[in-house]
Design a protein around this ligand. Structure first.
Ligand code: ADP
Ligand code: K
Ligand code: ZN
Length: 434
């Protein structure tokens, strides 16, 4: 598959590290001079910009957390002059109060390169028709994918999310070859397309899906229902937006745009840097960003970095699909549960049930309760009490063996769980109300 910037994407590792160090040194000097929070923290640690002599000196620098972005909201972490900021985005606020990020023109350019790399890796070029069904607005998804698509010269259709039937008509009439949206919206689109019976009228070849966790099983379902190859894309507002890392045709981890972002894996408790191949919290340092550079930003995403050579020829390190976020994790009766584990169980069962589900956590008599509501498939008859009970029992057993926890499972009628046009909201935690 095509590469948008092969000179960078296949750069020799030594050369890449030289480039990273140069950019890092420049960036550290920049934040030391222009962002009071970083200057204070570096002074406190007794680190001067000149102390960054090699890449591993990165570990001497202070961390940044989401809380810092809240505390210094809105502009105090910006390193550039306000007159040079040309765009603002805000995080969708999956967890807690919203934060903002500011971009200079150069930042937007670099970001477009990131997404252009992704679209090229998914076979896109100037002949492609790219439908962007991520939400446009403060959320980085829509405008992020849009920038990359225009950068590569594709015919870009900014449908944004929602209005699903019109979305599908446009997809057919304009001959969209590539679809960009959240994986949960891709599932919904696939479901609707098959209901409308128009799958054979699609020109879609590939989809680029991200902004939320999704499983391998979900990938297979999307690939089947839309008849495409599905690529995973990762990013976050604090670092830039979608395209921080991107998947190639090997579909085996996402290549980090290391010429712009240096990744590290740390132990989230001790904050120590872990050796290559370790599982831990992903941390990014931006080395080209001007608007809001981030030193060692703690993503709270848990994953592994893979430095093995990729079959696609790219030399950029790959991050494995995040296994969850430290702050996504539910603790139920003392057991750590990630919603993705429950999703995986449901997808594996398939058949009479759909992957549309909701997790409801509560507390009764000082004990946590876990209920999973799962939608039945269209063909499944809800008055067939015997089989409903048998399916519920099967799910309970599989959840118990995966999570080590008892759960109440309720099958609900088709189409009763609200579909998501953006990021899916899977968890209702009623314990927080008490
Ligand atoms: P918020 O934290 O408010 O949702 P963002 O919209 O910037 O902020 O979302 C960034 C987060 O979304 C990442 O830190 C990660 O947890 C999640 N995410 C983004 N892309 C992916 C992906 N491809 N796979 C799994 N998680 C992802
Ligand atoms: K999120
Ligand atoms: Zn690759």
């Amino acid at each position: 598959m095509g590469m948008y910037q092969p000179e960078i994407e296949t750069m020799d590792r030594n050369e890449l590290e030289k480039l990273q160090l140069e950019r890092l040194q420049k960036q550290v000097k920049n934040v030391y001079e222009n962002v009071p929070m970083y200057r204070e923290r570096m002074d406190k640690k007794g680190v001067k910009p000149e102390d960054i002599k090699e890449l591993k000196d990165l570990a001497k620098l202070p961390f940044t957390t989401k809380q810092d972005l809240r505390d210094y909201y809105p502009f105090e972490l910006f390193a550039a002059d306000k007159k040079d900021i040309v765009r603002i985005h805000a995080s969708s606020g999956t967890t807690g109060r919203q934060i903002v990020a500011g971009y200079t023109r150069n930042d937007l350019d670099m970001w477009a390169d990131c997404m252009a790399r992704q679209i090229a890796a998914a076979g896109g070029d100037e002949n492609s028709v790219v439908q962007v069904s991520y939400g446009y607005g403060l959320f980085t998804g829509g405008l992020g994918a849009h920038g990359g698509s225009e950068r590569i010269g594709a015919m870009t259709i900014p449908t944004s999310s929602g209005n699903t039937e019109r979305q599908i008509r446009l997809m057919i009439e304009l001959g969209a070859t590539h679809l960009c949206c959240t994986p949960s919206y891709a599932m919904y689109l696939g479901e609707t397309i098959n209901e409308m019976g128009v799958k054979d009228q699609l020109s879609l070849k590939a989809g680029i899906f991200g902004a939320e966790p999704w499983t391998e099983d979900m990938r297979h379902q999307i690939e089947q229902s839309l008849g495409i190859k599905a690529y995973d894309v990762y990013g976050l507002t604090e670092i830039t937006g979608p395209g921080v890392s991107y998947e190639c045709s090997a579909q085996n981890g996402m290549h980090v745009c290391e010429d712009m972002f240096i990744p590290e894996i740390i132990d989230p408790d001790t904050e120590e840097v872990l050796p290559p191949g370790s599982f831990g919290e992903l941390v990014f340092t931006t080395i080209t960003k001007e608007g809001m550079p981030m030193m060692r930003y703690r993503t709270r995403d848990l994953c592994v970095l893979d430095y093995e050579k990729c079959e696609c020829g790219r030399t950029l390190v790959r991050m494995k699909k995040p296994a969850g976020r430290t702050d996504d994790m539910l603790i139920i009766r003392g057991v750590n549960v990630f919603p993705s584990q429950i999703e995986e169980v449901l997808l594996k069962i398939g058949g009479d049930i759909t992957p549309n589900y909701q997790i409801i956590v509560g507390r009764e008599n000082n004990t946590d309760t876990l209920e999973v509501q799962v939608e039945m498939s269209e063909g499944m008859l809800s008055d067939d009490v015997k089989s409903v009970a048998a399916i519920e029992k099967n799910i309970v057993a599989k959840l118990r063996s995966t999570l080590g926890l008892g759960a109440k499972v309720t099958l609900v009628e088709p189409k009763t769980i609200t579909r998501s046009e953006g990021k899916a909201k899977r968890v209702i935690d009623n314990r927080k109300l008490h």
